[in-house]
Design a protein around this ligand. Structure first.
Ligand code: HEC
Length: 126
């Protein structure tokens, strides 16, 4: 009896996991994430850009993206909610640190979701 209850509980939790996953789309760094960063962040976070000079954050490569700023990583693989990059593009930090900086166009909900899905799926170089 004990065992069948335990089995039922584990079957149920597998279903819960599966349904939680189905709401996220498979996201790739090169296909989905890089184009968003190129569009919204390249102006300031590539060689010579104000954001790169000030923070050290270089979006030119996967390596640069994962290295983060001079203070450390801004992406926590598997945890988009607490990843600094997501906090900044969602405007959850101080308004002066919202990214993209200044009066630039903000990321769309879909673009933010793509980045979050990719981070939650392990932030791989895929
Ligand atoms: C118009 C220029 C500009 C654009 C566009 C821009 N940034 Fe920045 N970014 C900056 C500047 C300037 C800083 C340094 C801010 C400071 O230290 O006061 C910075 C800092 C950062 C930091 C480090 C923040 C910290 O806590 O030290 C991150 C991460 C960042 N930007 C991510 C992004 C991302 C992601 C995008 C694109 C979605 C983006 N930025 C677009 C100018 C820009």
């Amino acid at each position: 009896m004990q065992n069948s209850i335990r089995l039922l509980v584990s079957v149920l939790s597998v279903f819960t996991l599966l349904s939680a996953c189905s709401s996220t789309e498979k996201a790739s760094y090169s296909q989905n994430v890089k184009p968003i960063l190129d569009k919204h962040c390249a102006e300031c976070h590539l060689d010579g850009g104000a954001g790169l000079i000030k923070s050290g954050f270089n979006i030119g490569s996967y390596q640069g993206l994962m290295t983060g700023t001079k203070f450390g990583p801004v992406i926590t693989a598997g945890d988009s909610l607490s990843s600094t990059l997501v906090v900044l593009v969602e405007g959850r930090a101080d308004p002066s640190l919202r990214m993209p900086h200044g009066d630039r166009e903000q990321l769309s909900k879909q673009e933010i979701k793509t980045i979050r899905d990719w981070i939650d799926q392990g932030a791989m170089n895929n």
